[in-house]
Design a protein around this ligand. Structure first.
Ligand SMILES: [Zn+2]
Length: 434
């Protein structure tokens, strides 16, 4: 295994230092390190952070390999600075058995660009009727700890309670897609003045907030861990704040697109901006940024949702909801959180690496851990980025198999230059190594 000497990087944006990567671990950090025989990677001026961890990625394999595969999604992730991604269960077949989660886990291992951590479905076939084999998935080679019917809400409160009881025994967590389906039938965009004017059926904030309120009460009653996917409203933030103050074990994520974009994007009727939950108001965006800054929202998660052209480039009402996220997530966080002074680089490392890894139980002490600090002895998972670079997003240049980026044509700051997974470069000089 090669030894790498990364020179002149700024760990957490602080004083320059060299990082020696040896046998998959960080062997040393400090100024003026020397290592005869090591391959030298010039990282002068680049910010070094722990490898990013995504809690919410749709890789589409098995079933929709025309939109994304584990390999193409892994490549997009590495180019975005990620070293681990959680692969959502709404594939075809659904990841609701040990067999399917092990298949996804093996595909990720074979691609070798990031650690692909399968999410297990909560209910059989995402049907919301019967619990899936949660214990068998937890005990499988994939070691599932995050369970989610994402795309669908676990709407039945009795079933949700039982799911929470099961995951508690497995040291797992239910990641809920909070959407009361009776309130969102036919919904196309955020319900408000704009949806009325545009003539599109609205998705009310209350449909998200009602489920979060119910679920934090259930999680508190059962004493289990609950994670809330893609929080999108100011009201949801208030409920989470209340639940935390009561000691409920609830964590939450926000997507890059909900930190940057608003329902004004729907004015264009461009279906690239159709997403579930929908883009909300400017007041919601401000509340989400503040909640991520103060930690009530724990993590940034991409909800990377590739769609084939025929599913996305149609009229608004017929288009599938969802947008790409992996390759631009760090840039959007730089633009919305770091440049305005809401988060420093240690904060970014916490919200995009340490906390998501802890929620997914990837942050143990072994060589396969993620979300660990940049320190001697820790696994050599890191990203090196140039915060001063700026570029215009070109969907044709993305590594994802799909093209539905909501940032097309938009100038964003920051560029991932190098990514290392256990001391091996997966991205060098902006180019994927596999
Ligand atoms: Zn979802």
């Amino acid at each position: 295994m090669s030894t790498y000497l990364v020179t002149g990087a700024r760990p957490y944006g602080e004083a320059p230092a060299d990082l020696l990567l040896e046998d998959g671990r960080i062997a040393g950090i400090g100024p003026g390190l020397s290592a005869p025989g090591a391959e030298v990677v010039d990282a002068a001026g680049l910010v070094a952070l722990p490898g990013l961890v995504d809690l919410h990625t749709h890789l589409r394999e098995p079933g929709r390999e025309d939109a994304e595969t584990v390999e193409t999604g892994s490549r997009a992730a590495a180019l975005g600075g990620y070293t681990a991604v959680h692969a959502m269960a709404n594939t075809d077949p659904v990841a609701d058995t040990a067999g399917v989660v092990e298949q996804v886990w093996r595909l990720g291992r074979d691609a070798g660009l990031v650690d692909v951590v399968p999410v297990g479905a909560v209910t059989v076939g995402l049907g919301g009727q019967r619990l899936a084999e949660l214990g068998a998935m937890a005990d499988s080679a994939a070691r599932v700890r995050v369970f989610s019917d994402d795309g669908m809400c676990v709407a039945d409160p009795a079933l949700m309670r039982r799911a929470l009881e099961y995951v508690k025994a497995l040291d797992g967590v239910v990641a809920q897609h909070a959407e009361e389906p009776r309130l969102t039938a036919g919904a196309q965009m955020h319900e408000g003045d704009r949806s009325a004017r545009l003539g599109l059926t609205g998705w009310p904030a209350a449909a998200e907030e009602a489920i979060i309120a119910r679920d934090v009460l259930l999680a508190g009653h059962v004493g289990a861990r609950l994670h809330v996917c893609h929080v999108s409203t100011a009201g949801s933030v208030e409920i989470l704040r209340w639940a935390r103050s009561r000691g409920v074990q609830v964590t939450a994520e926000v997507t890059p697109h909900h930190l940057l974009l608003t329902d004004a994007c729907a004015e264009s009727y461009d279906p690239v901006f159709k997403v579930n939950p929908p883009l909300r108001t400017d007041a919601d965006v401000q509340a989400l940024r503040q909640a991520l800054a103060d930690g009530v929202v724990d993590a940034v998660a991409t909800d990377h949702a590739p769609h084939a052209v025929e599913d996305k480039e149609s009229e608004w009402a017929a288009a599938r909801p969802g947008m790409l996220g992996l390759e631009q997530a760090l840039s959007v966080v730089l633009a919305t959180m770091v440049e305005p002074g809401l988060l420093d680089w240690r904060g970014v490392a916490d919200r995009m690496s340490a906390r998501p890894a802890a929620i997914g139980r990837l942050d143990g002490r072994g060589p396969l851990a993620h979300g660990r600090p940049l320190a001697p002895g820790e696994p050599a998972n890191l990203v090196l980025l140039d915060p001063a670079a700026r570029s215009v997003v070109d969907p044709a240049a993305l590594s994802s198999r799909s093209r539905n980026s909501p940032y097309a044509g938009r100038e964003l700051p920051g560029r991932v230059v190098h990514t290392f997974l256990r001391g091996v470069p997966t991205v060098l000089d902006g180019k994927a190594q596999r």
